[in-house]
Design a protein around this ligand. Structure first.
Ligand code: MN
Length: 301
């Protein structure tokens, strides 16, 4: 390959596979009112590898309550749950002793790996006050070699996030995982992953470049954006890119917020049964057997 050819490849725009509007909202427990984008995407397991699920909780104002809203104790094995709080506040506890509260701009990165029990709910003080709530939960698959690692919990506070300031007052890119223009994110991952929370001012432009072989997608959380070639996306749209081209050029027509996902596909078999994601059916049966035998530890409801 000549240098010229390499440069041309680097400059090629990523093609868009499809832009998905938000699917109907459903409740997870009694605290999370979410749109599950991936279930509406044909062949999502392959096209979004290594990402397994994206539940987006668009802004919704909860009334004040003294009840605990959320999801009670349940297991996971074989992957990671990554929770982003944008408004309101989420509390979490797990059977490995991990736990904490995340508020606007914070992220909790829980590696279930060999098995964990956890519960997720609205933080108590927020619940009593009520008010706007907005969050995302993303499931990230683990490579076969790490599915049975010990569980891990990474609290990632807004103050620890990598922040790349865009030129010309275009906004900023908060780097949760991976790297953007030399700014690194704090999350430790098991495979190459970039996750950005990009906040653009009106008329602001930003460019991302990901190798064509890697998965790339973004969720528009707020605003309207032009994606090149006449494509546009608006709040609550999920944009899935093809494995053609690299460069993603975005211009915000109004103030915008985007959650950008990029990762090297694991290219391993995925067998999912509810909260367990393994490589084959035998491992799923083992997960049920281990869960029933109490091997995921103990957690009070
Ligand atoms: Mn969970």
């Amino acid at each position: 390959m000549t240098t010229n050819h390499a440069l041309e490849c680097a400059a090629q725009a990523r093609e868009i596979d499809a832009i998905y509007r938000a699917p109907a909202l459903h409740w997870v427990g009694d605290g999370f009112r979410v749109a599950g984008y991936f279930s509406a995407i044909p062949d999502a397991v392959r096209k979004l590898d290594p990402f397994l699920l994206l539940d987006y909780h668009p802004e919704y104002a909860y009334s004040p309550t003294n009840e605990r809203r959320g999801v009670g104790v349940h297991p996971h094995r074989g992957f990671e749950t990554v929770t982003f709080a944008f408004q309101g506040s989420v509390a979490h506890h797990d059977s490995s002793g991990g736990g904490g509260v995340i508020g606007p701009g914070d992220v909790q990165w829980m590696t279930a790996a060999s098995g964990i029990l956890h519960k997720e709910y609205h933080e108590e003080n927020y619940s009593r006050r009520g008010g706007p709530f907005q969050m995302v939960q993303l499931w990230v698959n683990l490579p076969r070699a790490h599915k049975m690692d010990p569980p891990r919990y990474q609290p990632i506070l807004a103050a620890d996030m990598g922040v790349a300031t865009l030129p010309d007052g275009a906004g900023l890119v908060r780097v949760v995982a991976g790297e953007y223009r030399g700014v690194r994110g704090p999350a430790e991952t098991f495979s190459p992953i970039n996750i950005y929370d990009a906040r653009l001012s009106q008329g602001g432009s930003v460019e991302f470049s990901f190798p064509a072989r890697q998965t790339a997608a973004l969720l528009v959380m707020q605003g309207d954006v032009a994606l090149g070639g006449g494509a546009r996306a608006t709040a609550n749209d999920f944009v899935l890119f093809r494995n053609v081209g690299e460069r993603i050029a975005i211009e915000a027509t109004g103030e915008a917020q985007l959650l950008v996902l990029n990762g090297e596909p694991l290219r391993e078999p995925v067998v999912q049964y509810g909260p367990f994601v393994m490589n084959d059916a035998r491992e799923i049966r083992q997960a049920f057997a281990d869960f029933s035998a109490g091997k995921f530890g103990h957690l009070e409801d």
